[in-house]
Design a protein around this ligand. Sequence first.
Ligand code: LHQ
Length: 266
Amino acid sequence: MAGDRSPSFSTIRLEVSDAIATLTLDRPDALNALTVAMKQELLAAFRAIGRDRAVRAVILTGAGRAFCAGQDLKERLEPDAAPLAVELRERYNPIIRAMRALDQPIVGAINGVAAGAGASLAFACDIRLAAQGASFLLAFGRIGLVPDSGATWFLPRLIGPSRAAALALLGDPLPAEEAERIGLVARVVAAEALADEARRTAARLAELAPRALALTKRALQRSWSVDLDEALEDEAWRQGIAGATADHAEGLAAFLEKRPPRFTGE
Ligand code: LHQ
């Protein structure tokens, strides 16, 4: 996959260069609203990235003025649209699971509005950067639905139960600056600087020890559902694995020799 732009995708773009895979949701006229085809392609892309050890970091972003407006509501009116619960179980949930299971860290470059399941995609990223003018929107009450694709799980953990309830129930847009203030996004930058900032962040991640990052990602996720005792044991177990890698030896050698490390993922 390295170096190519997959020709088989029509609703997303997948570009790989310098160990960074950039996934762009690419239906800008519909604010990158998620169709069945797009969900299938997104899942296939995350799975392909997961298999590619040359990829060390991922950027997820949207084409045009939006990050993602969530489910394509027009597609829901088609006679053969799957029941909502089926759509979630078979198409949305596997994407969220694939993102969380991915060894490589995902940088969400939130370039514009992230609404509904589009917000959930942003929440499932490991690090979020946002453009000035971007926003998060969970206006499910307005369409008679409930937050889904992990939103009810991610939000309280990311911003606390009180803010999560206000955002999910009232459905007011959360502007990028406020999202930064409450810790939902790591940083807000000017819209024209977002792609470069995301690339810089991904490049930094791509230079670090891949297995250590994968183990860290999992430890952080696991910490949300275990007590301190279990977390301490989990850390000890993971450190045992990380400590046995060639990359740990390389990191130590580089430190002692006062040179940058060259990690191989071994
Ligand atoms: C859209 C959409 C859209 C289609 C803008 N669909 N076309 C998952 C499981 C299964 C089913 C049910 O739900 C879920 C979870 C979900 O994600 S439900 C959907 C949640 N999303 C929303 O409720 C957001 C709906 N969109 C909006 O509220 C607005 O479009 C926002 C606030 C995102 C942007 O507003 P504006 O900047 O004023 O843009 P716009 O509304 O004029 O949209 C531009 C175009 O994009 C327009 O097309 P048109 O042909 O009329 O120019 C919209 O129809 C289209 N678009 N969102 N979700």
